[in-house]
Design a protein around this ligand. Structure first.
Ligand code: HEM
Length: 421
């Protein structure tokens, strides 16, 4: 409190904002329980940043503005999934903004791979630090040593595909899981470049339960992946609408690989202790992944949602994506149909694109079924934090077709000859 008051009373700029002191206070009690008087001070700090002249609108001003928006979401009454996960601080597109061509290309892929590795490595580093009693962060319901080992094993496995794409997989030894996790953490430290987001600021749990750390990082990891899949699907639509629609096959293959290879992230989250989840979720009401723009972008880029789905809470929770759909966002399903009908997509190219679409649909359907199973295990018959009836909603949406133009294959169907672009 004193550090913020001191910063407020002086002339120091955003660069010297006392982030560590604020994080310490939030971590001590959990975001839901931070004293109102402290939040009022942060609100004042936000006013001070906002009153700076446009010439001061540099990276440090933007960082502080975004951080305070995340820290003050409950105080403002606009707490939701995106603020819970601090998505703005992670600096990957969650589909809200226009994306630059560069973000869609190789640089975007590499940046997201780096971020994914860093998110997983950070989670495992926390597990190891807690097990070694070198951190007092989120002290409630620590897992036992067997669970920590399992988390290290699954986390290293979840990071492996992104590490391989970055050409770094050999740097993580096949030693015991804790050593491999420590290797991963060392690599992740080297991966962060100056323009990369500070992960430290993006961890603001609502409570002090140990497993909330894992929950937040896994959700952030999936958001990173969905943003990547949405990018690939946009490129698929562009390719299918152009003169060389066969190029869509590589992008579909890459999108499917991204999602398929992320499977161990769910296994990692499945190690969460259900009682821990039920403890901290009391304070996450109103923040649900039903508000995930990236996921709904993925879904709606595949095919236009049926009218009743577009009118339901599923899309009302993501008004920006709903508006894009209503504005006629082109989809893979319809551009594929047109390319075939026009005769632009024929012969072996047609067969390959159709196979890749079926394989992608199989992978997304598998993701939905795994998510549903995990939710049943963690939630039982309780309702969701997104105000649906909970798992019955997920069971219903799991069955929805991803595309209508091709039938859904089981995920393993396209193994032969498939490669990443
Ligand atoms: C403890 C683990 C989890 C539980 C219990 C759970 C539960 C739920 C529930 C009940 C819903 C329905 C909406 C609501 O009322 O909140 C939902 C939606 C959703 N969840 Fe999860 N979830 C879990 C983990 C995850 C993870 C790791 C992701 C990855 C990002 C995720 C992504 C989604 C998405 C995208 C939706 C929206 C689906 C749609 O509207 O079709 N969930 N989840």
């Amino acid at each position: 409190m004193r550090a913020v008051a001191h910063w407020l009373s002086g002339t120091a700029g955003p660069r010297s904002f006392p982030y560590s002191a604020v994080l310490d206070e939030f971590h001590r009690v959990g975001k839901h329980f931070v004293e109102k008087s402290f939040l009022a001070l942060l609100d004042e700090a936000r006013g001070k940043v906002a009153s700076r002249t446009p010439a001061d609108g540099d990276a440090s001003t933007r960082l502080l503005t975004d951080f305070l928006d995340v820290a003050l979401d409950k105080w403002d009454g606009r707490y939701d999934y995106r603020s819970y996960l601090a998505l703005r601080l992670l600096r990957f597109s969650d589909g809200a903004d226009d994306q630059s061509p560069a973000a869609r290309a190789a640089d975007g892929r590499r940046a997201r791979d780096r971020l994914l590795v860093r998110l997983i490595a950070d989670t495992l580093a926390f597990e190891l630090a807690a097990a070694a009693h070198t951190t007092g962060l989120l002290p409630q319901h620590r897992p036992g040593p067997a669970v920590v080992t399992k988390r290290c094993r699954l986390g290293v496995r979840a990071a492996a595909p992104a590490l391989a794409r970055l050409g770094l997989n050999k740097a993580v030894g096949a030693d015991d899981p804790a050593t491999a996790a420590a290797d991963l953490h060392a690599i992740a430290g080297d991966l962060a470049s100056p323009e990369d987001p500070s992960l430290r600021l993006s961890m603001l749990p609502v409570h002090v339960t140990h497993d909330e750390y894992l929950f937040i990082r896994v959700l952030q990891g999936y958001e990173c992946l969905f943003a990547g899949v949405a990018d690939e699907l946009r490129a698929v639509v562009t390719a299918l609408a152009g003169d060389a629609p066969g190029a869509a096959a590589d992008r579909l293959g890459y999108a499917g690989d991204l999602l398929r290879a992320a499977g161990p992230l769910f296994s990692l989250l499945a190690t969460m202790q259900p009682e821990s989840f039920r403890t901290f979720r009391q304070y996450t009401e109103g923040a649900s992944a039903i508000q995930s723009r990236s996921y709904k972008l993925v879904e709606s880029l595949c095919r236009t949602p049926d009218a009743d789905r577009l009118d339901s809470v599923a899309y009302r929770a993501v008004p920006e994506v709903r508006a894009q759909v209503q504005d006629g966002q082109p989809t893979v399903d319809e551009t594929y149909r047109s390319a075939v009908a026009d005769g632009r997509l024929a012969g072996p190219d047609h067969a390959l694109v159709a196979r890749r679409m079926a394989a992608f649909a199989g992978t997304l359907s598998q993701w939905r079924r795994t998510h549903h199973r995990l939710a049943v295990r963690m939630l039982g018959a309780r309702s969701g934090t997104g105000y649906t009836e909970g798992t019955p909603y997920l069971a219903a949406v799991s069955a929805a077709p991803v595309f209508t133009a091709v039938t859904t294959d089981p995920p393993a169907a396209d193994r032969s000859g498939r490669h990443c672009a």
